[in-house]
Structures are given as C-alpha cells and as structure tokens.
Write a protein that binds this ligand. Structure first.
Ligand code: NDP
Ligand code: PHD
Length: 405
C-alpha cells in the first residue's frame, strides 16, 4: 500500500495506555492538537478504570486540561466553544482497563505504562494485531524490536516485518516499537549528527543531571532531592551504555541464517558494522532538583585524526537535518539541534521548551577536550523528545512509510 501524503491523511484512531502518568499526560497534551491522530481510548490501572479522565488524573501540565480536545485538529478544528458538552473533551473520556479488547478500534496505541506491568500488557496488544509504540524499557533489548530515536534511526523500523513474521501466529498489523531511555535520547541526537559529519565516534563520556519528572509521579521524595544531588539512578547507566550502540548501529542481513520461509534474518549490528571500531561509552547518572529537562555533559573522541575542531563540530550540529524533517512528520522539530553561543546556556529553566516545545534538543559550550577531542553540554526535555514526542514522531513516520494502515 503506498504511504499516504500529509494532505491525504485522514483521522487515525489512537489510544494511550498509562494515560494518567507523567508521560501519559504529555501524550494527552500533544495528541489534543495533533493534525492526524484522534484520541479514541485511554487506559490506566484499576485505580483509574471507570472514572472520567479528569477525576482519575492528578493533572500536572501547565496547560489546563479543561481546554483539551481529542486531536485531529487540522481535519476538524476544535475550539473551546465546540467543547462545551461532554463530547470532544479529553477530560470527560472514561478511562478503561489496559486490555486489547477495550482498544480494538484503535489503529495505534501509545504506551506510557509503568515498566512493572508494561511487559505482559504490551505483548498482549501486539498479539491482538495492534500497532504499539512504547516508552517502557521492557522490549528495548528484544532482537526483533526497533529502539528508535526518531531524529536518529527511524529506518530501524525495517525490522518490523521480521518481528511480525516470526510472531506465532504471524501478524499483519501488530508490532512493538520502543523509544529509548530519556537520557539516551537526549545525547544520541548530537552524537548521530557528529557521526554523520565526521564518521565513527570511538569513545564517549557522559555525565547526566536528570530532572525529577524522569522518575514519574510522585517520584523522588522531596526530602531526598531538595537542596541535594543523588548520584545514583537505578539501571540508568547500563541502559545508556547499551542503548547507544543499538541506536547508532545499523541492521545487517545474515548470509547464513534464515527463517522458515527462507528469508535471511536481520540483526542489529550494535555499532560494529564493516569492522568499525566498537564505540565505548561510559555514563555517570545523577538526579538533580530540576523539574523538567535532562542536562548531559558529553566528551567525545573521534576515530578521524586529526579530529574536527570545536567550530566544525558547532556547524555540523546546527546543520543536522534528520529524515523525519524532510519526510514531513508533523511533530518533527523545525531545528533538530539548537546550538547556543552564550557561555552559560542552555539551562533547563530557560531553555527546556525553547527548541520547538521540547521536540528538539539544545547544545552549548562546544569546546576542546584536553583528554578526548571535544566536549559540550546537551539539554533535552525528558518527557517530550525523551518520551511522548518521540513515540508520536515514530508513529507518524510509520504512517508515512505505510507500516501502520
Ligand atoms: N518520565 C519520564 O521522563 C520518562 C518515562 N519513561 C517510561 O515511561 C513509562 C511511564 O513513565 P511515567 O509516566 O514517568 O510513570 P508514572 O508512574 O507517572 O505513570 C505510570 C502509568 O502507568 C499506569 N499503571 C500503573 N500500574 C498499572 C497497571 N497495573 N495496569 C495498568 N496501568 C498501570 C498508571 O495508572 P494509574 O494512574 O491508574 O496508577 C499511570 O498511568 C515508564 O515505563 C517509564 O520508565 C521513559 C522515558 C522518560
Ligand atoms: N529513568 C529515567 C526515566 C525512565 O523511566 O527511564 P526508562 O524508560 O529507561 O526506564 C529517569 O529517571 O530520568
């Protein structure tokens, strides 16, 4: 089936699992003004099931819930006056349980589920032939599930056909696509831009300063985090170090292994294709008393000798144009990487929403590193491009590529 163009696209019915959580709420704000996607169903735990969304959720977004419609706004523009009744208001949607039956009319389901429950629920949705875009960590390491940062590796969507073929029974529409850990997402975007311009990176040191919204709601106790820094986030360093290799690597086709149809098996090369030197990553993660926005200090050594200068790095970052922009994904940031020249920017409080409402990232302090080659700081909105925005762009890309229909 040929992919629809933006102008041909019609309303696409979507659902959100974990709709009451931190990521779920960001899904709601983004989908309420989405040009293609229309909210059809919301799901959460038994604590929320059967309640209207406004009664189930502890709304923490700065935009008021009362004004939010169900999306599809370029097709049928929703104004506040259209929203006076129950119809068309997300606040009045009755929350469902997270079973595929309750979402069977959805063409796409987004998941902001707690990782403790995401595994079984997400696999049940896939088995029910529903396209699922997840924020949870559960399937990121699955050899048939793409781990996609939409500004970096949307082409990894090509593994979906294999995921569907190897499922028992084979699937025509159902699949799982994951997006990355929020800290991984923020810093792989500049790394991808640098690899595109200067070839493979050999080693990276990354130190994170992660916002408390990364821990969900209610998250980190105030007595632990106010006036403090916690130098440990369980499992985070391992996720960053591993996920980076899957995202920045390619997909190779086996010469010797094939499935029962004789189709050669595809595998993720973990950044080692063509004898490429393995990328070494060391991450150190810290929780800091910031509400939204993960800041990361990154030092990089290139394979290329001599390495690019800080000015060449600045120019390459600013010029980075991911495929999602040229393809016309409606939620793609206008600029993938905003490069600051000021010596004290970006800052979470001032800049976290600055780059297209958190859909792009901000880089600053690009300078020489006396140990590796170059160092810089990157700021990303952990709940937007670090979570909900990534899932939504991944789904837009899948629609444009004809993978969701
Ligand atoms: N916050 C962030 O910056 C990022 C988060 N993530 C990942 O996204 C996911 C969501 O995170 P976040 O929004 O922060 O988490 P929250 O704790 O804020 O929200 C969790 C959601 O899961 C629902 N839930 C909990 N238990 C069940 C259950 N048994 N059945 C159905 N639904 C259930 C909750 O519903 P209820 O309200 O009814 O309890 C709520 O909607 C996690 O997997 C997280 O690791 C990924 C990247 C960034
Ligand atoms: N651990 C991240 C958020 C998160 O939930 O990550 P993951 O989806 O990789 O478990 C943070 O605390 O900021």
């Amino acid at each position: 089936m040929p992919p629809p163009t933006v102008s041909q696209s019609r309303k696409i019915r979507v659902g959100v699992l974990g709709a009451t959580g931190t990521v779920g709420q960001r899904f709601i704000t983004l989908l309420s003004e989405h040009p293609w996607f229309v909210i059809e169903a919301l799901g959460a735990s038994d604590r929320s099931k059967g309640k209207r969304y406004k009664d189930a959720v502890k709304w923490k977004q700065t935009i008021p819930l009362v004004g939010l419609g169900l999306g599809g706004v370029s097709v049928e523009r929703v104004s506040l006056s259209d929203l006076q009744g129950d119809e068309g208001r997300v606040a009045n949607v009755v929350v469902k349980g997270c079973t595929p039956d309750e979402f069977k009319t959805c063409q796409i389901v987004f998941s902001g589920l707690d990782a403790d429950v995401a595994g079984n629920i997400e696999s049940a949705f896939r088995s029910a032939n529903i396209a699922l875009f997840s924020n949870a960590k559960n399937y990121r390491r699955d050899p048939n599930v793409p781990l996609i940062v939409p500004l970096v590796n949307p082409s990894h969507l090509s593994i979906i056909a294999q995921q569907q073929r190897l499922h028992s029974p084979p699937l025509s529409k159902g699949f799982i696509v994951t997006n990355a850990n929020c800290s991984t997402t923020g810093y792989v975007i500049p790394l991808a831009a640098l690899e595109k311009a200067f070839g493979p990176i050999e080693s990276v040191l990354v130190t994170t300063m992660q916002a408390i919204s990364g821990a969900g709601y209610p998250g980190v106790p105030s007595l632990d985090i106010l006036g403090n820094v916690v130098p440990y986030i369980s499992g985070e360093e391992e996720k960053i170090e591993w996920e980076t290799l899957k995202i920045l690597g390619g997909i190779t086709e086996s010469d010797s292994e094939s499935d029962s149809d004789g189709t050669p098996l595809k595998t993720f090369d973990m950044h080692q294709a063509g004898g490429r030197p393995p990328l070494r990553v060391s991450a150190s993660c810290n929780r800091v008393p910031v509400v939204d926005g993960h800041m990361e200090c990154v030092s990089v050594r290139f394979h290329q000798r001599p390495p690019p200068s800080p000015q060449q790095v600045r120019e390459a970052l600013g010029a980075f144009t991911p495929e999602i922009q040229s393809l016309g994904c409606p939620s793609a940031p206008r600029k993938a990487i905003e490069v600051f020249e000021e010596p004290d920017r970006p800052q979470p409080r001032l800049d976290v929403k600055g780059n297209h409402n958190g859909a792009g990232v901000s880089v600053g302090r690009v300078r020489q590193c006396p140990v590796l080659d170059v160092k810089f700081v990157v700021l990303s909105d952990n709940v937007s491009i670090g979570a909900a925005t990534s899932s939504i762009i991944n789904a837009e890309y899948a629609v444009l590529k004809g993978v969701v229909y």
